[in-house]
Design a binder for this molecule. Structure first.
Ligand SMILES: [Zn+2]
Length: 123
């Protein structure tokens, strides 16, 4: 089981199901939401138990983004109508036991950094 929390601790979550698709997203929306890239992994929605006053921002008709309304931590991403939930790897407390698998939306990446590893890149 993985436990996560926002910076102030008001929002917490527990992931009990299988985790997949650990990735770093370079899209413009993720960069704006987080200040840089967003590292996340995905689990079935039913395996993610959320506590606290998580606020949801519908960044586009395609997805909503969950964050802490008190401290602003980026916590979740969920595609509209999807049964999977992506959660911030950076918000997991303690070791995750997870390794990143890929970079996504690299065509949108900022010009102020280079991707420094050999993981697969998806434009
Ligand atoms: Zn918070």
């Amino acid at each position: 089981m993985l436990n996560g929390s926002c910076l102030c601790g008001a929002c917490t979550f527990a992931v009990t199901g299988p985790v997949r698709s650990a990735s770093v997203c370079h899209c413009t929306m993720c960069r704006k939401m987080t200040g840089h890239t967003w590292a996340s992994a995905q689990a079935p929605e039913t395996a993610v138990a959320i506590s606290g006053p998580v606020a949801w921002f519908e960044a586009s008709p395609k997805a909503r983004r969950g964050f802490c309304p008190r401290c602003g931590s980026t916590l979740f991403w969920q595609g509209t109508g999807e049964t999977a939930m992506s959660f911030s790897l950076g918000c997991i407390d303690g070791p995750t036991g997870i390794r990143l698998e890929k970079h996504i939306f690299t065509a949108d990446k900022g010009d102020y950094y280079d991707i420094q590893d050999d993981l697969p890149r998806h434009p």
